[in-house]
Design a protein around this ligand. Structure first.
Ligand SMILES: *Cc1c(COP(=O)(O)O)cnc(C)c1O
Length: 506
């Protein structure tokens, strides 16, 4: 089978694309997980080794469509898939993502006469900053990443640069760049014992980032209040910041992954964090994977959420996810940095003359390969661009409102249910509803039921949620992040499942 011999009429290709569109955008719920039969059939269909001749285009598309696709879960396609924080794919994003594959632009060097792709990426970052109410004059620096984890790596890497420079300066040593000289040499030269990340209920990927960057997973430390699961203890924080043997990064969980709650609850809290960090030369990184989108909300209905993401513009860097609440396909995340030159200290692709960008009359657009992890990169900004252009601020606000309203309807229903507990146990229903964002964390009161709850719920295939834990006890988490959410319809689906697995209210 020679590639050159495979020619298809435009009509044949068109039919294939139409089929894909029908399978996805106009798909109707028919279960969220593949059946055991579909899974075993798909496993059995996988080839044992590479063949010499190849099966050819037609056989391969048929194999994928008939054998493999039925064994995919319906994560982004179903409004009732509540596992992880999966998001959906808006029609505009799906259209754009197909173009990304078809045109396969390599968005690594800003070459003004070669392609518009770097301009589009830069523009999309600006639109995203607008959506998140981040002033472009300070915040239009950054890059699209593969996800929130990569965003957190960027944030801690820039923070490591900044904080080590500040700590060295206090000791009278001028440090240019960790990226240039290496972490170990700088630690030795400055006599510091290391870098620490001070935070509350960090996402696992923040700890992973610390491991990757030579900060050390063990140096991610909680400075949480004793009487609250997520809020900063400013005294504990200051005691750590004041240490003369450490350079410090403060990481704010703007949307904690289990509860969906926010680490700060007022602008003045962020102002206090900023003051402390300025005093001690620390960097503030915000992990806003899904929480940062709370900044599109308005009005008293969502006041507590709005306050939870107030003041994030005072941070030094912000990481967020595209493939969650922005509802663009995997993989897409973003990283914003208030210090225009900092990322280049870490990520510069030095000494590659053939990779220097061209000049243009437009805005100074850095070559992505000098400010982010990858050199060759997918044009993952295009689906984000398409979706932002297509739906605008109100499109995203309206989408998020539906998601939160469904989460709150479920929270209220679970709170009143004799067989379930809503977590964290905050006492009053009002307090819980007020703080509910897009996640609902809950458990069954009965131990036996609780132990197998996610399994039983997911076995219905009418919905899917994540198994989790809260204070040592198994828990379930519903994360609502799909643009297809319809409050009333989905409330009926979820409550019917939860009633059936618990045997009803009696
Ligand atoms: C999902 C998530 C991440 C990691 O993002 P990926 O896109 O999975 O890499 C980081 N932080 C928080 C709060 C998240 O919810």
């Amino acid at each position: 089978m020679k590639l050159q011999n495979v020619e298809r009429t435009a009509q044949e290709q068109g039919q294939l694309h139409q089929k894909l569109w029908e399978m996805t955008q106009t798909w109707k719920p028919d279960g969220v997980l593949p059946s055991a039969t579909d899974l075993s059939r798909a496993r059995a269909s996988l080839p044992e080794s590479l063949t010499e001749e190849g099966a050819g285009f037609d056989n391969t598309t048929q194999h994928i469509l008939n054998d493999l696709v039925p064994a995919f879960n319906r994560s982004s396609l179903s409004p009732n898939y509540y596992g992880f924080v999966t998001g959906g794919i808006t029609p505009a994003a799906q259209f754009a993502d197909n173009l990304v594959s078809a045109y396969d632009q390599n968005v690594q060097v800003h070459l003004t006469e070669h392609s518009i792709s770097t301009d589009v990426e830069h523009n999309a970052l600006g639109l995203l900053a607008d959506l998140l109410r981040l002033d472009r004059r300070q915040w239009h620096n950054g890059t699209f990443t593969t996800g929130g984890t990569a965003g957190n790596i960027h944030g801690l890497a820039c923070g490591r640069e900044f904080a080590l420079r500040a700590a060295a300066k206090k000791k009278g040593i001028a440090v240019e760049s960790v990226g240039e000289y290496g972490l170990f040499e700088l630690i030795q030269a400055t006599g510091l014992s290391g870098v620490q990340v001070l935070t509350t209920m960090p996402h696992s990927s923040l700890t992973k980032a610390a491991g990757i960057l030579g900060i050390g997973r063990a140096n991610v430390k909680s400075v949480c209040r004793d009487d609250h699961y997520l809020h900063f203890d400013l005294e504990k924080l200051e005691a750590e910041l004041a240490r003369s043997d450490k350079a410090s990064i403060v990481a704010v969980s703007c949307g904690e992954v289990n509860t969906g709650h926010f680490a700060t609850s007022t602008l003045s809290e962020m102002e206090s964090l900023r003051k402390l960090c300025d005093k001690y030369g620390a960097w503030i990184h915000v992990d806003g994977a899904f929480g940062i989108f709370g900044r599109v909300l308005e009005g008293p209905e969502f006041a507590t959420i709005s306050k939870g993401c107030e003041g994030m513009e005072l941070a030094d860097s912000i990481a967020g996810d595209g493939h969650k609440l922005l509802n663009v396909p995997y993989d897409c995340g973003f990283f914003f940095c208030r210090h225009a030159g900092e990322a280049e200290n870490v990520f510069q692709n030095a000494n590659a003359a053939y990779l220097t960008g061209g000049q243009s009359d437009g805005p100074a657009i850095p070559s992505p390969l000098n400010i982010g992890m990858e050199n060759s990169r997918r044009f993952r900004a295009l689906p984000a661009y398409a979706s932002l252009v297509a739906y605008g601020r109100s499109g995203y606000r309206e989408m998020l409102q539906r998601q939160i309203r469904l989460a709150r309807m479920l929270t209220g229903w679970l709170f009143d249910h004799p067989k379930y507990n809503v977590l964290p146990e905050l006492g009053s229903k009002e307090a819980l509803l007020d703080q509910t964002y897009i996640s609902v964390l809950f458990s069954a009161k009965d131990e036996e039921l609780n132990a197998n709850l996610p399994k039983r719920i997911n076995a219905t295939s009418k919905m899917f949620l994540s198994g989790s834990a809260w204070q040592g006890r198994p828990a379930c988490r519903i994360a609502i992040s799909n643009w297809r959410v319809e409050e009333k319809r989905d409330f009926a689906v979820v409550t019917a499942v939860l009633d059936s697995v618990s045997g009803g209210r009696s």
